[in-house]
Write a protein of this length. Structure first.
Lengths: 98, 202
């Protein structure tokens, strides 16, 4: 669990810094021909998902809680997602957000 | 594309489980902390480059302006509404369930925080429900994007600023980067406050 904590606790700066640095680089590379990074990016996404799976698999606290609270958790997660998606769609239409 | 994602998730899960329960070849921190954070930061960098290289991106942001705040607001309301409806269906404590849902997918915050307020059983539920939100978002992103461009962002909740961001951008395009990141960021910031505010109603 400590690992996951660090993900957010690594404080927002550690997520914002690479994002802004990337944007600056991209801005100055505008005149250059676009490099196709699609495959590389997808490779890193798979590494990310793998390590996410790893952190879940090694988290016995989380795995042990699933049989007991699993059904309620599925209902809550599903309805939270469904209502969020619907309200965002409605809100976007109302506000004319593209 | 999604089958590789599911395969990577399963493989990681099995590897993490075996490593934790049998051999401990590597300290799990190396993978679930360092490797996860490093890949995430690298992806944020690459997404930033791709975003800024597109000439239209900044003007699109300027046109959107503060309307962008509608997205996290609608997600927060929808999530809590979803929590309340779930409690009514399941016949469990409405306030505690709403607090559980108000983690917006940030399970490492919600589990301990809700557990402290409502007891260990609710902590476990806060943990599991928010973890499943992240998992369902990863698994259904390709279906969601067909319904609405911002549906994956809505589904991801607070995780749209980190773990689910790369997949959201992959499926929704560079356009979605700022909306998804800012929405996830705002939801992450307000999560502890909304949980405690809801809990104070009990």
């Amino acid at each position: 669990m400590k690992g996951c904590w660090a993900r957010k606790q690594m404080n927002f700066a550690l997520l914002v810094v690479p994002l802004v640095a990337g944007m600056l680089l991209g801005y100055f590379l505008r005149e250059k021909k676009k490099a196709n990074l699609g495959k590389v990016t997808f490779g890193i996404i798979l590494v990310l998902i793998f390590s996410l799976g790893f952190s879940i698999g090694s988290n016995s606290e989380l795995l042990n809680s699933l049989p007991e609270v699993g059904l309620s958790a599925v209902v809550i997660a599903t309805l939270a997602i469904v209502f969020s998606v619907i309200l965002v769609k409605v809100g976007r239409r109302t506000a004319g957000l593209e | 594309m999604i089958k590789y994602i599911i395969a990577a998730l399963l493989l990681g899960g099995v590897a993490g489980y075996l490593n934790a329960n049998w051999s401990s070849i590597v300290s799990s921190v190396w993978v679930s902390d360092y490797l996860l954070n490093a890949s995430l930061m690298l992806l944020l960098f690459v997404m930033g480059v791709a975003f800024a290289m597109d000439r239209d991106s900044f003007s699109k942001i300027r046109r959107t302006g503060l309307k962008i705040l509608i997205v996290p607001l609608a997600i927060a309301l929808g999530t809590i509404l979803g929590g309340v409806v779930s409690a009514l269906i399941l016949g469990i404590n409405v306030v505690a369930t709403a607090a559980v849902s108000a983690g917006y997918g940030w399970y490492t915050l919600t589990g301990p925080l809700v557990g402290q307020i409502f007891g260990a059983k609710w902590g476990a539920l806060g943990f599991a429900a928010n973890f499943l939100r992240e998992l369902f978002t990863i698994l259904t992103v390709s279906l969601m994007v067909r319904f609405d461009k911002y549906a994956p962002t809505a589904s991801g909740g607070a995780t749209a600023m980190d773990t689910t961001l790369p997949i959201i951008v992959r499926y929704c395009g560079s356009d979605a980067l700022i909306t998804a990141f800012s929405s996830g960021f705002i939801l992450s910031v307000i999560a502890p406050f909304t949980i405690m505010a809801i809990a104070s109603l009990a």
